[in-house]
Ligand binder design. Structure first.
Ligand code: NAP
Length: 335
């Protein structure tokens, strides 16, 4: 046996990869592709491959304690996402399983999506486009269908990491919007984001909620942020404010959001993410007149999904070769 053959390891791809990245994996390792969300046969193939897998690569599927217990050989998981809320972080740390992710390559695209939701909700783009499509544009629209300005409004950003700062650049530098942000520690803007100096200010959550015209969530989902936004928080927002979530659905208590929309306290919500995805057909958020729902498309462009697949593949190949991957998730160590 050649050296290359003896070092071939077992890789389980649990969400479809583009052909070029799949080929990179297949050149080096034994690869099984099985998406457990794509029907019974795929699910059975995934379960059959799990006990032998040295490495996993994929996204959008919970890798919990019970699943990890069925994968005794596992040494690395390469997530095709920046968020790591699907992974049992404590169990991974306890077993020394490396977790890699895809920060950076999706930052600008996701900020674009969130800004698109800000525009769509504030200017009622989807609702008014629908009016044209349905043949209801029979006279000039009246005040009852006017939107609200975005430029010059105060934007509250919850979580001020890569995506939060990219969103702030769009808002502050492109649309003249003062930015208030929450973070566990204020940023040193002079050192970390000099272009935002004089445009963005750190404030406690309650102050951001009370002063912003538009509130956008860019926080990771963690024990600290699950259910963070409930009835109390929505009540603190300005009457007529707009709420946008481009992070993770479970950060929001969806019943409380619905109540704030139904009462008219909030003007609109733009939601790329939901507590349960795909959004159940019976969810009132799906058809609510004040909600613009999207099917979790934050990073879903041709260029960015390819860049994510490429980085995730590089991460996995490096880890299996005993090298340090370019994007290891280190958040757990930081607490
Ligand atoms: P990031 O750079 O790690 O930013 C997250 C920010 O949130 C950090 O500044 C972090 O700062 C802060 N934070 C964490 N916990 C907090 C808390 N309890 N209270 C206040 N601030 C807190 O991550 P990113 O690349 O911007 O991505 C953010 C999230 O966006 C991801 O985790 C993912 O869930 C979501 N996302 C969604 C999509 C989509 O398709 N819709 C696409 C990409 C990403 P400190 O830790 O210093 O406090």
């Amino acid at each position: 046996m050649s050296h290359a053959t003896t070092t071939r390891q077992k890789v389980l791809v649990f969400r479809e990869l583009p052909l070029a990245q799949l080929a990179r994996l297949q050149a080096a390792h034994e690869v099984t592709v099985a998406n457990p969300r794509a029907g019974e046969a795929q699910r059975a193939a995934f379960e059959a491959a799990l006990p032998e897998a040295d490495g996993l690569i994929g996204s959008s599927y919970p890798i919990d304690d019970a699943l990890l217990a069925r994968a005794p050989r596992l040494r690395v998981i390469s997530s095709i996402s920046v968020g790591v809320d699907n992974y049992a972080l404590a169990a991974l740390a306890a077993r020394g399983i490396l977790l890699c992710h895809t920060p950076g390559v999706l930052t600008e695209t996701t900020a674009d999506t969130i800004f698109a939701l800000i525009m769509a909700t504030s200017r009622r783009l989807v609702e008014l486009s629908q009016l044209v499509r349905e043949g209801r544009w029979t006279k000039n629209i009246g005040e009852d269908l006017f939107g609200r300005d975005v430029h010059g409004k105060t934007l509250g950003i919850l979580g001020f990491g890569r995506i939060g700062q990219a969103l702030a650049r769009r808002a502050a530098l492109g649309f003249g919007m003062p930015v208030l942000y929450t973070a566990r520690r204020p940023l040193d803007l002079a050192a970390q984001a000099p272009e935002l100096q004089g445009h963005a200010r750190h404030a406690p959550l309650d102050e951001v909620l009370a002063q912003a015209d538009i509130v956008a969530v860019t926080l990771p989902l963690s024990d600290a942020t699950r259910g963070l936004l409930g009835a109390r928080e929505f009540a603190r927002m300005k009457p007529g404010a707009v709420f946008v979530n481009g992070a993770r659905g479970a950060i929001v208590q969806e019943d409380a959001l619905l109540a704030a929309l139904d009462s008219g306290h909030l003007a609109a919500a733009g939601l790329d993410v939901f507590a349960t995805e795909p959004l159940p057909l019976d969810s009132p958020l799906r058809t609510h007149p004040r909600v613009t729902p999207l099917p979790h498309i934050g990073s879903a462009t041709i260029e960015t999904r390819l860049a994510m697949a490429e980085l995730a593949t590089t991460n996995l190949l490096a880890a299996l070769a005993g090298q340090t991957p370019p994007a290891v998730y280190r958040g757990a160590a930081a607490g």
